[in-house]
Design a protein around this ligand. Structure first.
Ligand code: F6P
Length: 547
């Protein structure tokens, strides 16, 4: 938010709250109750944000004046809200079959989605029963490799790992993403080409990394069958909105599963992009994941903003980003199974909200996406939490915890949760100089004061806690949908298009121009800037020396 806008409606609240402390705010019990909201298995606790009732009301007034319900309804109904690509945004339709509220999405869209889900179901059941030859798939598959990147990787990768306790026996899942050949090399070293099923996932089916890795695995499988193309094709499935491209790449039509222009890559887990997940956990769990997301959809569509989890989460982000100018947010799941949540959210939030102009081409006039970063706790505590507690910059945090683990090691789990709760408390409450001085016993008064200064914690470092009852298909679906709708709300509030991603194109096209200059040292590099030319030259020189 620009300083002008901040002064217009939040300034007095920022001034007041900058002078108050979380120690004081946390004494206000009704405030805490208002800032803790539950939907089914998810408890959202915003009480450690530097917010009071008056500031929240001001945010709510701003929200209500924005006609957010009309905007939300337009998305659910399939209006072309992704205006730069003239596309509808209908990832919610992918789980509408599990919804209690009737879907306003076009009937033809809903029918096509259900038809595809049934195709997926039949395939997944056949693979689960150990014989999908009727679907064109080779017999005896033991390993499934998802080849994709960005939205064609991060969602299924997150969910496959998060739901490991729900995996069906006998099948292993792998994800091949980066164009770095080391990844493909290592995977081929561990797998048997005759027992490997490759799922090529690419909305556009033009993505360099995916096509290159697919070709590498196809050559590897082909060698195992002495180049018999028919046999090789029995090891490939594809998921794409560009079905003709997938077919002409070599995947038989019957083995291509559609996705659609109205589903953005980073919102696509619920479509056939989730095929590797459906294979890993079985169709029943996959549908339960959809049901969890649908429950969040229904809540988002019907709850008043004061109780609406995605809306509240977006208001808090706006508060931290625009009222306090916080440039980043750390996402720290206290669950190894949620290791991939942070990178998933990086794409979801930063690719969606990292924009500086409105759909009309005007400057956004306020700061947009924060940098999202983080990693699992408690590991994170032993890496960068020092800076979060005592560094000069305030970084809001998001802690994600799980009440009931999927294992029986209760002692570990209590230790894990106690750390989560302790970090949130320590960041908020801090430790004053006087408290630190009272604890410092060594040395004379001067030495004790020096020591106390080092041991003072400023506190007032805001955090959100999200507690899942357990990590299940249902709670995971609801959690991801919570973030999807938060992103939608921020796009709305910031007046930007959250559903395109033009910012990734420039680097891709420059890479295409540079590639020939790396492939051959006789190709001219003179069209590039001096730094690029020098690095290309250095690469060629070092290659010659090591040849
Ligand atoms: O690089 C950006 C991007 O276009 C993402 O938006 C997308 O999720 C990813 O690349 C992969 O694209 P595709 O599914 O078309 O291969």
């Amino acid at each position: 938010m620009s300083p002008e806008r901040r002064s217009s409606f939040l300034a007095e609240h920022v001034d007041r709250l900058s002078r108050s402390s979380l120690r004081e705010l946390l004494k206000d019990i009704p405030r805490g109750e208002r800032l803790r909201q539950r939907l089914g298995p998810i408890l959202l606790d915003l009480s450690r944000q530097q917010l009071d009732g008056a500031a929240l009301d001001a945010l709510g007034t701003h929200l209500e004046a924005s006609d957010w319900q009309a905007s939300r309804n337009a998305m659910f109904a399939g209006a072309p809200i992704n205006t730069s690509e003239q596309r509808a945004v209908l990832h919610t339709a992918l789980r509408a079959g599990e919804s209690r509220l009737p879907s306003p999405a076009p009937r033809a869209v809903l029918a096509e989605i259900e038809q595809t889900l049934q195709r997926i179901e039949a395939l997944v059941q056949a693979i689960g029963h150990g014989d999908a030859t009727a679907f064109g798939i080779a017999h005896g598959i033991t390993d499934v490799v998802n080849i994709g990147i960005g939205g064609s990787d991060l969602g299924p990768r997150l969910a496959v790992r998060a739901l490991a306790p729900f995996h069906v026996a006998g099948l292993r899942s792998h994800f091949l993403t980066n164009v770095d050949g080391q990844a493909a090399h290592d995977l081929m070293a561990q797998l048997d080409p005759r027992r490997t099923l490759v799922i090529m996932v690419s909305k556009t089916f033009t993505t360099q990394e995916t096509l290159l890795n697919g070709q590498v695995l196809r050559d590897w499988i082909s060698r195992a069958y002495d180049g018999n193309a028919r046999e090789v094709s029995r090891h490939f499935l594809a998921v794409s909105a560009n079905v003709p491209a997938a077919e002409s790449w070599g995947v038989p039509a019957a083995q291509v599963y559609p996705m659609w222009d109205f589903v953005g890559g980073r919102f696509s887990l619920w479509s056939a992009v989730g095929l590797s997940l459906a294979i890993a956990v079985g169709m029943e769990h996959f549908r339960t994941l959809l049901a969890g997301a649908a429950r969040m959809d229904d809540h988002f569509r019907s709850a008043p903003w004061q109780e609406n989890l995605p809306v509240l989460l977006s208001l808090v982000e706006l508060w931290n980003r625009n009222a306090f100018g916080r440039g980043s947010r750390a996402v720290v799941p206290y669950a190894d199974l949620l290791t991939d949540l942070t990178s998933y959210l990086q794409q979801l939030e930063m690719e969606s909200l990292g924009k500086q102009v409105t759909p009309q081409g005007q400057p956004a006039g306020q700061s947009t996406s924060a940098v999202v970063w983080g990693s699992v706790g408690t590991n994170a505590q032993h890496a960068y939490f020092q800076a979060l507690h005592q560094g000069t910059d305030v970084v809001p945090l998001e802690f994600i915890g799980v009440v009931q683990p999927a294992h029986e090691l209760r002692g570990n789990h209590d230790a894990l949760l106690s750390n989560l709760l302790a970090q949130a408390a320590a960041l908020a409450l801090g430790k004053t100089f006087d408290e630190a001085l009272a604890e410092a016993k060594e040395g004379d008064e001067a030495a004790r004061r020096v020591l106390a200064a080092q041991r003072t914690f400023p506190g007032d470092r805001p955090s959100t806690v999200i507690l899942l009852d357990a990590l299940t298909p249902e709670s995971l679906g609801a959690l991801i949908a919570l973030y999807e709708h938060k992103v939608f709300m921020l796009g709305h509030l910031w007046g930007i298009n959250a559903f395109d991603q033009w910012g990734v194109e420039l680097g891709k096209s420059i890479a295409r121009q540079i590639l020939p200059a790396l492939e051959s040292d006789s190709a001219s590099a003179s069209a590039f800037d001096s730094a690029t030319q020098a690095l290309i030259e250095a690469i060629h020189q070092r290659r010659k020396q090591s040849d």
